[in-house]
Design a protein around this ligand. Structure first.
Ligand code: FAD
Length: 421
């Protein structure tokens, strides 16, 4: 029997994997309530107010080898033999130790079944979980219509209200992570007013290091974005002030039970993106990578990572690689006119970073290292307003000549030239 590959979730990770399998002549089944009609998410939070084209559907190239199933996956049941041979949950191997190598492509047996809300059940030899995340949606008593901007339906609802309005809007945003800041800054850039309500005192506190967030937030203030600090209860957002209130207070992985088990937070995967369940891998926003060069305490939740996860799993499951997932993770966020990027491992709390400014005194890079010593290697870079240097940082982190702290501290050191070594 050939492989029966089932991918649950037709977002970026799932669609990428389906496309790559198709290019290798491997048929797959792609399950998603919106199968065949899924789209990129990043434009949703950036183009609510400018009337521009705001989302792009995913294309599969040729979809001959892809069977779309428009349904929601409800649960996975592992094959009886496999399930019976599983030790009890508490003594089960972790994702790190499990499934070190995938079964060679072609020799496969049924590993389990996926049950769908349509009543159908699909067998698989290999299953990729790519179910992404779902936004938290807090109730805001004075704004019962408040909603996140996490999917197309939400974005379209907001855009319809913006288009219907003939006056300057007063937009409220609850939450000051990437999405909240994108909404607020794009509103201001389009001539509206925007107020960001945050729990603490520092916007982007969990995303960017202090030098970058301070510089960025100062520019947003100069542009006219207002901030209300220390708001712990959404009920304290005053009534009658905002024409529109957008919430942006985090998201949680969408998870479906496997043999009745649902992890507390995300699917923990090893350095090859395998879950602890035989025959089941996880990719993109629903996966937390627990081992390998880019292990992290939470899902990466970045567009480029979801894409490389999808590609990596195809290479792994077709036997093209046996190496761990090691593509340099990176994130981009366009906040009004400001562009901010991270690459590699960066820490919002890092205190021992090195800062390099661009010739205009505005462009900036912040470098993170494996330790405080002069010979500690570079592990991550944040870049504000300097896209070509973000590209250089990614090349450097991806190459065989990783610079040390001492090199980056040397004013004569040329990162761009080094990135081409
Ligand atoms: C508004 C917004 C802006 C963003 N901006 C940026 C940005 O600027 N830069 C950046 O790097 N990243 C950004 N991201 C993050 C990026 O979009 C995600 O990291 C990426 O989409 C994750 O891909 P994924 O395939 O894991 O999940 P998704 O693309 O979310 O796809 C998950 C899919 O799974 C389906 N699904 C869920 N549950 C089930 C189920 N039970 N059965 C079947 N199907 C199911 C869903 O319908 C969905 O289609 C943004 C995200 C959002 C929401």
């Amino acid at each position: 029997m050939g492989k029966r590959i089932v991918i649950i979730g037709a977002g970026l990770a799932g669609t990428t994997a389906a496309r790559e399998f198709g290019e290798r002549g491997q048929a797959v089944t792609l399950i998603d309530p919106q199968a065949g009609e899924t789209y990129e998410r990043p434009p949703l939070s950036k183009h609510l107010f400018d009337g521009s084209r705001y989302h792009l559907p995913y294309h599969l190239g040729s979809s001959e080898l892809v069977t779309f199933v428009s349904a929601r996956a409800l649960q996975i049941t592992l094959a009886e033999a496999t399930a019976e041979s599983q030790p009890p949950a508490e003594s089960r191997p972790t994702a790190e130790s499990q499934q070190d190598t995938a079964a060679p492509f072609g020799e496969s047996e049924i590993a389990g079944t996926v049950s769908l809300d349509s009543g159908e059940t699909l067998e698989f030899t290999h299953c990729i979980l790519a179910t992404g995340m779902e936004a938290n949606a807090p109730h805001v008593p004075n704004y019962p219509d408040a909603l996140p901007v996490y999917n197309l339906g939400e974005a379209e609802w907001i855009r319809a209200r913006v288009e219907a309005s003939t006056k300057q809007l007063n937009v409220g945003v609850l939450g000051s992570g990437y999405l909240g800041m994108e909404v607020a800054t794009s509103a201001v850039a389009a001539g509206h007013r925007a107020t960001v309500y945050l729990r603490g005192t520092e916007p982007l506190r969990r995303q960017l290091s202090k030098p970058v967030r301070d510089a960025l937030v100062a520019r947003h203030r100069d542009a006219g974005v207002e901030f209300v600090m220390n708001l712990t209860d959404p009920a304290d957002i005053p009534a009658g002030v905002h024409d529109l209130l957008v919430t942006s207070v985090g998201a949680r992985p969408e998870l479906i039970p496997i043999n009745g088990d649902v992890p507390e937070f995300a699917w923990d995967v090893n350095e090859k993106l395998a879950t602890s369940h035989p025959g089941v891998w996880a990719a993109g926003d629903c996966a937390r990578v627990t081992a390998g060069p880019y292990a992290l305490a939470h899902p990466w939740a970045c567009e480029p990572v979801a894409e490389t996860h999808g590609k990596f799993l195809v290479q792994l499951l077709t036997g093209e690689t046996e190496q761990p997932w090691s593509d340099v993770p990176w994130h981009w966020s366009f906040q009004g006119p400001e562009k901010v990027f991270t690459a590699g491992l960066t820490r919002p709390d890092a205190g021992d970073v090195v800062i390099r400014m661009g010739p205009d005194g505005k462009k900036m890079q912040v470098f993170h290292f494996a330790g405080p010593e002069p010979d500690a290697l570079l592990i991550g870079v944040e870049t504000l307003g300097w896209p070509p240097m973000q590209a250089a940082a990614r090349r450097v982190l991806d190459g065989g000549h990783i610079p040390t702290r001492a090199q980056i501290e040397d004013p004569e050191f040329d990162l761009k030239a080094h990135s081409r070594l």
